[in-house]
Design a protein around this ligand. Structure first.
Ligand code: GDP
Ligand code: ZN
Length: 461
């Protein structure tokens, strides 16, 4: 396909040592030649593909030297967009990068829309839609583990799996067609239904398996929303600080004015913990006091994990028991803190209240037990799971929604087949499932959706 040549800054804005202005399109090399001068005087059009060249950018209208640069020349089709790509590496800093971008735009390139490079890669069939979305996930990935999921997806693992499922559905449809088209078989239903049931059940189970990974996928993508709960003075702030300091906080996110809750990300064994309301713990010691009963209920309800801190040096109080009661249906880990002091707490009673949930003993003061706590956190969420590189996680909300729909539709087909509905009715559901799965990889999506998806990307990607 043919598109105009686009350009954008493709490194994050800021004070990086090197910034890249990227061009993609048929005129990319020609535009670069207008402004680039190598010491040898050789033009980029004469150079081999996938080579890097040192030289200067010169504004052709003023003959002024704009920048000292390295230019990467990559001709189609072996590029990210499958178009000719030029990458101009220049000194970081907003002013100089912008100057280079302006020069490129003045000489024939158009400023790329957000996500347009990735969109071109998709439109030129270099990647499918789920892979394009993985690029976006990659940009936002908060831990190595999340990064691996996105990389796996970019590599096409999810696409291949979806492809296999769709293939099975197509084969089923073909089988049904053949039997319908040859009425000399005396009983079409009898010939068709068992095969149909077998294939559809297989597809259904595979979709269900994928959906099971979506919890982990969501966690990797969005962080495990974690609340530290406990009576005043049990050691919540100390635990928070210890988690934050031992695991470099990844993002400190002061949410907008409507949400006075502060979130901090820490990377615990590849699990991004989103520690919710750290300000509440830090400043007023009491989440209820800080944000009110209603709001704190809401925060608790949305949490994926509660760390309930108890004081080992004191007897369990009614308030402790009340907290157990509040979170009894949630995922929680009990942290029995201050074990350096003489123990007063009834551990048997704690065990009873924990009702099977992990109990970790700590002395945060003496830096004991925090590692065990981290292990317990990681284990709770990756129990029995192989490393993410071996498993296809589904983490994208759009994919999850489509998989749910596909699962419901194939279940309709299965139920219909089991209750003797005519085969051509069942075909409709099977076809619909095939289409829904196709939307994940972008085979059957409409243009408006594609535009909306790509506009969410960062500029220059
Ligand atoms: P919070 O009110 O639950 O946030 O509790 P803090 O973290 O503010 O801790 C209350 C007090 O307990 C502080 O003086 C801490 O130094 C102390 N503390 C925290 N953890 C331990 C521990 O493991 N052992 C002992 N002896 N004191 C601790
Ligand atoms: Zn505190």
């Amino acid at each position: 396909m043919e598109y105009d040549t686009i350009a954008a800054i493709s490194t994050p804005m800021g004070e990086g040592a090197i910034a890249i202005v990227r061009l993609s399109g048929d005129d990319a090399v020609m535009i670069a030649d207008k402004i680039f001068k190598a010491p040898s005087g050789k033009k980029l059009t004469e150079e081999k593909t996938h080579t890097i060249h040192y030289g200067h950018l010169i504004d052709p209208t003023t003959e002024e030297v704009v920048e000292e640069v390295m230019v990467s020349l990559m001709r189609a089709p072996k590029t990210f967009t499958r178009e000719d790509v030029i990458e101009i590496n220049c000194h970081g800093g907003i002013v100089s990068v912008n100057r280079v971008l302006q020069l490129v735009l003045k000489n024939g390139a158009r400023l790329a829309e957000p996500g347009e490079f990735t969109k071109r890669a998709f439109l030129n069939c270099r990647i499918d839609l789920s892979q394009a979305e993985a690029v976006m996930d990659l940009i936002r990935a908060k831990t190595d583990r999340a990064m691996n999921v996105a990389l796996g997806q970019m590599d096409g693992k999810l696409s291949r799996l979806i492809g296999d499922l769709r293939q099975a559905l197509i084969e089923t449809l073909a089988h049904v067609e053949v039997n319908i088209d040859y009425p000399e078989y005396d009983d079409v239903e009898e010939m068709t239904i068992p095969v149909l049931l077998e294939k559809c059940t297989w597809v259904r189970n595979e979709i269900a398996k994928l959906l099971q990974t979506s919890t982990q996928g969501k966690i990797l993508r969005e962080g495990l929303s974690t609340v530290i709960l406990g009576r005043p003075n049990v050691g919540k702030s100390s635990l928070l600080n210890s988690l934050v300091h031992e695991n470099k906080a990844i993002v400190t996110d002061v949410a907008g004015t409507t949400r006075d809750i502060i979130e901090e990300y820490v990377n615990v064994r590849g699990v991004p913990l989103r520690l919710v309301d750290t300000a509440g713990i830090r400043e007023t010691e009491d989440i209820v006091e800080r944000i009110g009963v209603e709001r704190s209920r809401q925060v608790l309800k949305e949490a994926d994990l509660i760390l309930l801190v108890l004081n080992s040096a004191e007897n369990l109080t009614e308030e402790d028991e009340r907290l157990f009661e509040t979170i009894k249906n949630m995922d929680f880990i009990v942290v029995v803190n201050k074990t350096d002091l003489p123990r007063k707490i009834d551990l048997e009673k704690v065990k009873e209240l924990a009702n099977g949930r992990p109990i970790v003993t700590t002395s945060i003061l003496q830096e004991q037990g925090v590692i065990e706590l981290e292990e317990a956190i990681a284990k709770t969420f990756f129990e029995g799971q192989v490393e993410s590189s071996d498993l296809t996680y589904v983490s994208n909300a759009r994919h999850i929604a489509l998989l749910h729909q596909a699962k419901a539709t194939i279940e309709d087909a299965i139920n219909a087949a089991e209750s003797g509905v005519p085969v051509d009715m069942i075909q409709i559901d099977v076809t619909k499932t095939w289409e829904l799965l196709g939307e994940i990889v972008g085979d059957t999506v409409q243009e408006s959706l594609i535009n909306q998806l790509f506009s969410q990307f960062c500029l220059g990607k």
